[in-house]
Ligand binder design. Structure first.
Ligand code: ATP
Length: 517
């Protein structure tokens, strides 16, 4: 099946099984904002637990924080977000549609590529086996003409971006005769910088309310609490502060479901280190974080590092952890060496000394910072994409059958076990409830008595429940049940008394954490 089709199916599956809903759906939705349903919220909470515990339980020197979304507006001035957290925007005056100028030009580049590829495909068909693609690309006049156009445009575009030259971006759009896909006209406004931060107002005093922002990253809440945590926690460098929380970005081009949202959640950890040691710590955190991803068992080859060619103004090293999504390798997490930029800026803008006295060195300094930053929602999508399987099964009567199964790591599964009475009578439902009442303190359980057992199994497979327990007449006689395993579909008879131990072993986070040590 084509990768795009798999992605479409995944999005539909997320809705059908209560994982992710479009926000405000009954009002036709709100762009790039999503809600998590009954199964989604459980999975999301488990992802957060996996991250949180791996940070604050497995590292003695990492502690947590929960800072407010609203912060003093000068924080965003100091961090550079007010002046530089921008995308270049252009509007079509006829359709009133808004575009990212850089994306319009990138699409134009893609058109030249497409034209070249079409020529190649045509020639390939004509010449068959004898076709030499390299030679054709080097000699065919139409391909060469398009290649030249691509080279010229690419050079001009790169220069305009690097020079931050908005007038030149507009001129490129005019010169290339790029038209609005909706109105078909070339009636463009000038290119403007568009700040990605959402602003709002706080209070309503007569002399005006305070302009505040919804935070576009959680990290700044950590930086401005550095002194509070270091002092009250008597933390010694190196140490880290971890935080999970909402972040907001007014993304102009928001696509690909929960991959790029306007309201999302981040899990960030800032690790404060001695100046000069940051690149060693950067390497260590790179490794630690990659292990965390790979411990989930989705295949080591599906992850890779992508080193940033162009560094942000505050960084002296940066790398992304990428996962092979159905739409290609894409960033899931960023690991950045942020130098002392943020703390120094806050020291300057607040006028408060933000330094650490290092008793071993006998001097004070502004600590350097290595950051690990991962989106909860993007991780959610990664896990769903990796877990979703459509399997062909051989049915008992020889006919082909299929099942959709989410092969979620058991620790992350929304429901750990489903308990099902074989029939809705003879005391079986009561026995099933008794089992749930005993196990519900330890695991998220679900009771299901509707439809055939086969259908009930399929429903649990589709939400990734690792265990199904069936209560039948024999249960009433010998206190045993049938346990059925999601991945192998194997069934075995076990004593009710053994259930808790068996399941606890499989669904605990311990097995995952053991892989991280
Ligand atoms: P991208 O290049 O995809 O826009 P970024 O480099 O701007 O991402 P960071 O600022 O490094 O992202 O944020 C860290 C992490 O937060 C990302 O790796 C991603 O998992 C998540 N993230 C960032 N923006 C969004 C968004 N709009 N929707 C969902 N998750 C996001």
């Amino acid at each position: 099946m084509a990768q795009e089709d798999i992605f479409k199916k995944l999005v539909a599956h997320c809705k059908e099984y209560g994982f992710v809903f479009q926000s405000s759906e009954i009002y036709d939705g709100l762009g790039a904002v999503y809600d998590y349903g009954q199964n989604g919220v459980e999975l999301k909470n488990n992802i957060k637990k996996y991250w949180w515990d791996s940070m604050v339980m497995l590292h003695e020197n990492v502690v947590g924080l929960d800072s407010a979304i609203f912060m003093h507006p000068t924080i965003w001035k100091a961090s550079g977000h007010v002046d530089a957290f921008n995308d270049p925007l252009i509007d079509n005056k006829d359709s009133k549609k808004r575009y990212r100028a850089d994306v319009l030009i990138e699409d134009q580049l893609a058109k030249f590529e497409e034209k070249m590829n079409k020529e190649v495909a045509k020639a390939k068909k004509r010449f068959g086996d004898a076709f030499d693609e390299t030679q054709f690309r080097e000699t065919n006049p139409r391909v060469l003409a398009n290649q030249q156009k691509w080279n010229d445009l690419h050079a001009r575009f790169s220069k305009a971006l690097n020079d931050n030259d908005l007038a030149e971006l507009k001129q490129i759009i005019v010169d290339q005769e790029i038209a609005c896909p909706i109105s078909g006209t070339r009636n463009w406004t000038d290119v403007r910088q568009f700040n990605l931060m959402f602003g709002t107002e706080m209070g309503s005093t007569s002399d005006g309310a305070l302009k505040v922002y919804l935070r576009p990253e959680t990290a700044q809440g950590i930086f401005v609490n550095y002194l509070n945590v270091q002092k009250t926690g008597r933390m010694k460098i190196p140490f880290g502060i971890a935080q999970i929380g909402k972040a907001f970005r007014n993304e102009i081009v928001a696509r690909q479901f929960i991959f790029r949202m306007r309201e999302f959640e981040q899990m960030e950890m800032q690790f404060f280190v001695r100046p000069g040691s940051e690149l060693d710590w950067f390497d260590q955190w790179k490794e630690t974080r990659m292990k965390w991803h790979r411990a989930l068992g989705f295949g080591d080859d599906n992850y890779r590092f992508h080193v940033h060619e162009k560094l942000a103004h505050y960084a002296n090293a940066a790398v992304d952890v990428e996962y092979k999504f159905p739409f290609g390798f894409k960033e899931v997490e960023g690991i950045h060496s942020r130098t002392d930029f943020d703390l120094s800026q806050h020291q300057e803008f607040s006028g408060k000394k933000i330094q650490y006295y290092d008793p071993e060195l006998g001097k004070s300094y502004v600590p350097y910072v290595v950051e690990t930053s991962i989106g909860v929602d993007r991780m959610f999508l990664q896990i769903m994409a990796a877990s979703y399987n459509e399997e062909e099964l051989e049915a008992a009567n020889g006919k082909k059958d299929t099942r959709v199964v989410l092969r979620l790591p058991a620790a992350l599964a929304p429901i750990k076990l489903a308990v099902m009475p074989l029939v809705k009578k003879d005391g079986l439902p009561e026995k099933a409830r008794e089992i749930i009442d005993d196990l519900k303190f330890d695991f998220k359980c679900q009771y299901d008595e509707k439809d055939s057992i086969g259908k009930r199994y399929r429903r649990q497979d589709a939400v990734g429940t690792p265990f199904c327990v069936t209560v039948d007449h024999q249960t009433l006689e010998d206190a045993t049940v049938t346990i059925r395993y999601r991945d192998t579909m194997k069934q075995e008879r076990v004593a009710i008394a053994d259930l808790k131990g068996m399941i606890a072993n499989e669904v605990s986070f311990k097995a995952l954490f053991a892989k991280l040590n």
